[in-house]
Design a protein around this ligand. Sequence first.
Ligand code: GUN
Ligand code: ZN
Length: 489
Amino acid sequence: MAPIFEILDKDAGGRIGRLKTPHGVVETPTVMPVINPNIQLISPKEMRDFGAEILITNSYIIYRKEELREKALKEGLHGLLDFDGPIMTDSGSFQLSVYGSVEVTNKEILEFQQKIGSDIIVPLDIPTPPDVSWKRAEEELEVTEERLREARELIRGEQLLACPVQGSTHPELRERAAVHGRDLEFEVYPLGAVVPLMEAYRYAELVDVIAACKKGLSPTAPVHLFGAGHPMMFALAVALGCDLFDSAAYALYAKAGRYITAQGTSHVDKLSYLPCPCPICSKYSAEELKTAPNRQELLAKHNLYATFAEIRLIKQRIKEGNLLELVEQRCRAHPRLLDGLKRLYEHSEWLEEVDPATKSTFFYCGPESAKRPEVLHFEKKLDRFSLEGKAIIRTRPVKGEKEYARVLVFKPPFGAYPVEMEEVYPFNAEVPRVPDREALEKALENTLKLIELNPEAEFTFVCEEVFKHPLLEKLAEKAKIVYRKDWEK
Ligand code: GUN
Ligand code: ZN
């Protein structure tokens, strides 16, 4: 049997995948617009025009309201929403986390989702908020796990069953929850209760939560980041291996007069120009948009266009193999996202395991790039080079280098590598002429390591004048350092 989720392309932890559902195949990464069955600013059918392939709605809202419930039971979920593509349904857990209780059991809401023909069914998990004690997180996780077992026994057919992964801000619990879910074999894995982290811009902790969950899940499982709908953090989350997002943000932000871009959010009243090429922003001036009688609808449409444009860009970047460059750009949109980027590269050890070995040219985008998985990969392989005799290390070719037994290129952030590998990924990297401190430091550390690993060789380092770093003194103890301006003399 063909797998439900098929991975077509990869870059860093990100992937382009195909998720099969009873109502068709969805290409990931993608965003599921949240449909409120009570209020629809944009009809479910119309969502396709923005690029939506799958929608998400709340089965508990339908269940609770007699009129909606009867219609859904009679005409099915797809009849109720008048949409024939895939629809995921949430269970009421979010209401549980907001109001403290819900008037339905796990079994009841699961059977309801099954009956109305949901494509992806979600059990009634307990969304444990961030920062709670280990004890509380563990106790709530046990309840969630019991409900997951019940769900897995009940739902075994065409419909996909989701396994929310909880565990609050305790990475060990998140990983344990993921392993538990993996062993029970679900079709989709939403990472739960991350909304409070995103609302508070706690992106570094969000990265830790995602990484911990991913470490416990099968690398071939589709992962949904519950409640993530702002395009500015999609690239980061995709690089960590998230495949599905859901956006209520497009509508909620529109209601508050907020204009979404991949670089952040503005209040429409503060805009003098509309910096987006979508049909709304091309047709209306900022002034017209602000004063339009249907402003909320226009903003919601723009927000959806901006959201799906970012998804397409991310997919293109995965194809090209330069997703991490996009992540580094996007994470400069907000200082707290930059914290997230730094935290991402603290997981480079894990990223390195999943990252494809070759891709398009590595672009150095700033000091964080010195911690990319490719740099770590090179560092780990330093002991594979075996050097003897006279070796010269230089940035660009220098006179007389042919007289040396080995020629090594010095390129921050990597360090020194044999000239024969110059055109090979990632050494064909595009880097600045003047390295920043982080790149130079990593390169000098790696060069020192290489020299220490090869005591039989005798090293000469032709150093650029602009290279200033305390490690050069240490290097001078093990190699002959000549500045370029003195070399040619
Ligand atoms: N929506 C946002 N967060 C959550 C969560 O943790 N669980 C469920 N079921 N829905 C959510
Ligand atoms: Zn626009």
